[in-house]
Design a protein. Structure first.
Length: 313
């Protein structure tokens, strides 16, 4: 795995959108938010609402071209996904993985961007960062914890045992034990959609992180069942469960709780399982280095990031 060089004050950060269109009134605040971090934002065509294609930020070729061009441009120091939504997995066949592998750069985002994280890790050997995005969270002021962890991810300081926000509940141990492995995963919906494709999530000996938003509990059950039936929990070294925002039952009077679903579908694999990590579609939120080596201590509710083996690019 290649840990990309961290960003630095004055770094030129490409802003790209692989998924849904950025609302017109959010682009300029998003650019200002990136400048406030000390970076020089370089918005690509997919960031502009005028280029939208139905519910997508632009057509597939434009969205893929923006990402390929950002990695190819030697004046660009890092690539920030400006928002998620829907559509990133549509462009996976159009990305130039040889080019991206040859020009490793900082890359971040989350939610729908999970499709790109998985592809870049498995096709390019690139560590990427699960972070808030400029037009989704920090186009307007957010809490100091979230911004502090984002800065650690941007500027190369995301190591050690990850903290919890002040006043946060402790994580819950669903299955005890410790395990070390590369961190993988992200949004459950995207990981389930990857099964049976050339970009299928590989969890072998890895720590699998999962989160989602706006899914009924039976849908969470269905997607976790897909992962279980595909052997992803048997293959992994451990599981970390993040935020499940607005994931409510369709019929509250007859449902399994999320805790019951996790215990029935994940725990039987016999791996350490930790629930309640403050990461995902939630604030405050952690930032995570996907592809980096981490140690999960489910007994004590800890996730520790090990320093990368050297910067590439």
């Amino acid at each position: 795995m290649i840990t990309p060089k961290p960003l630095f004050p004055g770094a030129r950060a490409a802003l790209v959108c692989a998924s849904s269109a950025v609302p017109e009134d959010r682009l300029e605040p998003a650019l200002e938010a990136v400048r406030a971090l000390g970076l020089e934002p370089v918005p690509y065509p997919s960031c502009y609402f005028a280029n939208r294609h139905g519910y997508l930020a632009a057509d597939d070729r434009q969205r893929a071209h923006d990402i390929n061009a950002a990695f190819a441009d030697p004046s660009i120091d890092g690539v920030l996904s400006i928002r998620g939504g829907y559509g990133a997995h549509r462009i996976l066949p159009l990305l130039n993985y040889d080019l991206i592998r040859a020009n490793p750069k900082y890359f971040s985002g989350y939610s729908d961007v999970t499709a790109l994280h998985t592809a870049f890790q498995q096709r390019c050997g690139l560590v990427t960062y699960h972070t808030p995005m400029p037009s989704t969270e920090y186009y307007e002021p957010v809490d100091p914890f979230t911004m502090g962890e984002l800065r650690r991810a941007l500027f190369g300081a995301l190591t050690g045992t990850l903290p919890l926000p002040e006043g946060a509940h402790h994580c819950e141990t669903l299955s005890g034990g410790c395990a070390t492995g590369r961190l993988c995963g992200g949004n459950l919906s995207l990981l389930a959609a990857s099964l049976g494709t050339p970009w299928e999530i590989d969890t072998t000996n890895k720590i699998l992180f999962l989160e989602d938003i706006g899914e009924k509990t039976y849908r969470i059950d269905s997607m976790l069942t897909q992962l279980r039936n595909a052997g992803k929990f048997d293959a992994c070294a451990g599981v970390v469960l993040g935020a499940w925002t607005d994931c409510v039952p369709e019929y509250p009077e007859k449902t399994l709780t999320l805790a019951e679903i996790f215990r029935e579908l994940i725990v039987p694999a016999g791996k350490p399982v930790l629930a309640g990590l403050p990461c995902g579609h939630v604030l405050p939120t952690l930032s995570l280095p996907l592809g980096e080596t981490v140690t999960l201590d489910a007994d004590h509710g800890l996730l520790t990031v090990h320093k990368g083996g050297g910067f590439g690019g």
